[in-house]
Design a binder for this molecule. Structure first.
Ligand SMILES: NC(=O)c1ccc[n+]([C@@H]2O[C@H](COP(=O)([O-])OP(=O)(O)OC[C@H]3O[C@@H](n4cnc5c(N)ncnc54)[C@H](OP(=O)(O)O)[C@@H]3O)[C@@H](O)[C@H]2O)c1
Length: 327
């Protein structure tokens, strides 16, 4: 059987992605074959498509760290043909042929049964970016932050992680300050839950001081670098920050002062390798108490052939909101 997939390959040291025809035999081993209905575009997919060896080592390769679809064949006792499922992370789309494809074949240990209260298309409006935002919020809630603790920041606010983090925190009653490089998007950010919008420019500079005015009870950081270094020092007593990204830089310039004088906590979130049970918990939340009705309004839905242009946009940091891919 032939099917369509986006294939990234190298020619003359340049990477190019095109929709090509593939067969089931081209897919890696795995005990479940899934017909994919929706995927989504994440920053990591863009890195995979341009030959970033930290993400994908072998080419030609089909990126796509997310997939939502229906079990086509199963050798696992846990999954039946016809069940609706979600796969995000682990090795999908990295060194395992990914979700930008009509079919994936994966180990059943990577597969989440889709909860009742969310559709396949809604699950991919969230995708890995949304799941990551949910995992970050879970860290802050487990730290016992409540709306009474004080205001929280969200960096990379117009991006995939940022927009879901902001919508979810605001739904849960938190006061959210959106930190963005796109001040012209402030009306949109306020519409989706920010009570205040500030520019990242003031924070994107060498460490201003090792302890700064206490402004935030914590926050969610999707950008790292100077921005996170400065925000760590602008938190209040026992603040909690969940950190998940590095578009601003991988370095963290800090001192022990915020930790030993304010007792703050910095939590790391690694959505890809998060244990399946925690992913299931977060998907269940998104299908019930955390359901984000407004998310659909800011989704851009594209097809496989639109992906190369969208990959360029996300790499330039010009992405706004979430991109869902209808397969
Ligand atoms: N750890 C994990 O499990 C995990 C999971 C998913 C994503 N991530 C990481 O999280 C980050 C965000 O992912 P995403 O899917 O939200 O990406 P995205 O949709 O491309 O959004 C990133 C946002 O960051 C901001 N930004 C861009 N360039 C920047 C710069 N030079 N300095 C500071 N901010 C910049 C922009 O928002 P503004 O203009 O509004 O500032 C941009 O929209 C990426 O590093 C990604 O790899 C990690």
């Amino acid at each position: 059987m032939k099917f369509k997939a986006l294939v990234s390959s190298e020619s003359n040291k340049k990477y190019e992605s095109k929709v090509q025809s593939r067969t089931i035999q081209d897919l890696p081993e795995g005990d479940v074959l899934i017909k994919v209905y929706f995927s989504s575009l994440n920053y990591k997919d863009a890195l995979s498509a341009i030959g970033n060896k930290g993400v994908s080592r072998n080419y030609p390769h089909t990126p796509g760290i997310d997939a939502a679809g229906i079990i086509e064949t199963s050798e696992s006792k846990n999954f039946k043909v016809g069940e609706e499922v979600i796969v995000t992370g682990y090795d999908l789309g990295m060194n395992t042929s990914g979700g930008f494809s009509e079919y994936i074949r994966v180990p059943s240990e990577w597969v989440v049964k889709k909860p009742e209260g969310i559709s396949l298309s809604e699950s991919m409006a969230l995708g890995t970016a949304g799941l990551t935002a949910g995992l970050c919020v879970r860290k802050l809630i487990n730290h016992k932050l409540t709306p009474d603790s004080g205001k929280l920041f969200v960096t990379g606010a117009t991006g995939g992680v940022g927009i879901v983090a902001m919508m979810l925190l605001s739904k849960l009653g938190f006061e959210v300050v959106a930190i963005t490089g796109k001040l012209d998007s402030q009306d949109m950010l306020k519409e989706y839950g920010a009570s205040e919008v500030i520019t990242r420019e003031d924070l994107d500079q060498p460490l201003i001081s090792p302890l700064q005015k206490s402004i935030y009870a914590g926050g969610i950081d999707a950008v790292g670098g100077n921005v996170l270094s400065n925000l760590l020092c602008a938190t209040s007593q026992r603040a909690a920050i969940a950190c998940c990204g590095m578009v601003n830089g991988a370095d963290l310039n800090t001192s022990v002062f915020p930790f030993i004088l304010r007792g703050i906590s910095l939590y790391g979130v690694d959505s890809a390798e998060t244990e399946l049970g925690i992913k299931e918990e977060v998907w269940n939340n998104f299908s019930s108490a955390w359901k984000l009705k407004d998310l659909e309004n800011q989704i851009k839905e594209i097809t496989l052939s639109d992906l190369p242009a969208e990959i360029d946009t996300i790499l330039k940091g010009q992405q706004i909101g979430r991109i869902r891919v209808k397969i």
